[in-house]
Design a binder for this molecule. Structure first.
Ligand code: ZN
Length: 222
């Protein structure tokens, strides 16, 4: 169920689309990320869930558990349901050059090692170039890449790389803080411990003051 980025649509220059500097824009108005999702077979998932529980010695015939395989199937289908995403962008007519940051975007996904949930918040920001992004799209981007079995490291990188490639900002910063239930309810049972991952591109990767501003704006120490 891998999902690939759709090729960018052919560029069309709308009449009169000029940047404040006078240069003609190369518009990328709809940066589409296709969700080439395999068809979901809920009935097969329900049968498999019933078999899985039975193999673990769970009596799925007792009242209260009878509907559990169907609920498990629907719950995981929902967790893995990546919606196609349109990254609507706008010309940066005002020449806004400071950091744009969406703080503490809540997300949830499942770890690919145990298929147990991990959840937390994402801070996603960029230093605008020729175009800016609809603000809700930063949250949609995280949601999109979270809807598949993940590692926190890959999720962080996918959001940063997609933003960098599609929006072509001067810099991109993504920081995720998450609690992994596979670490808190099993294994080492490190209740309350969180994992932090980050990815930076462009100026936010090379320029320490710019990165410090990212941390400060996100309300994080550093
Ligand atoms: Zn895990």
């Amino acid at each position: 169920m891998t999902q690939e980025l759709a090729p960018e649509p052919a560029e069309v220059t709308p009449p009169g689309a000029r940047h404040a500097s006078g240069t003609v824009l190369r518009p990328r108005p709809e940066l589409r990320i296709a969700g080439a999702q395999a068809a979901v077979d809920l009935a097969a998932a329900e049968r498999a869930a019933a078999g899985f529980l039975a193999a673990l010695g769970v009596d799925v015939d007792r009242p209260g558990l009878r509907e559990t395989p169907a609920r498990m199937a629907r719950a995981y289908a929902e967790l893995l349901d990546a919606q196609p995403l349109q990254l609507t962008t706008f010309p940066n007519d005002e020449g806004y050059s400071e950091l744009v940051l969406a703080r503490a975007i809540p997300f949830r996904t499942v770890c690919e090692h145990h298929l147990l949930p991990f959840s937390g918040v994402a801070h996603v920001g960029y230093l605008p170039g020729d175009r800016i992004l609809g603000l809700s799209k930063l949250a949609r981007l995280v949601e999109h890449f979270a809807a598949r079995p993940q590692t926190q490291e890959r999720l962080t990188k996918q959001v940063a790389d997609c933003l960098a490639a599609r929006l072509q900002p001067r810099g991109t910063g993504v920081l995720l803080e998450a609690e992994h239930s596979c670490m808190t309810v099993r294994g080492v049972r490190a209740l309350g411990s969180t994992t932090v991952t980050s990815a930076f591109t462009g100026t936010l990767s090379t320029d320490a003051p710019a990165r410090a501003e990212f941390f400060a704006s996100a309300g994080l120490p550093r």
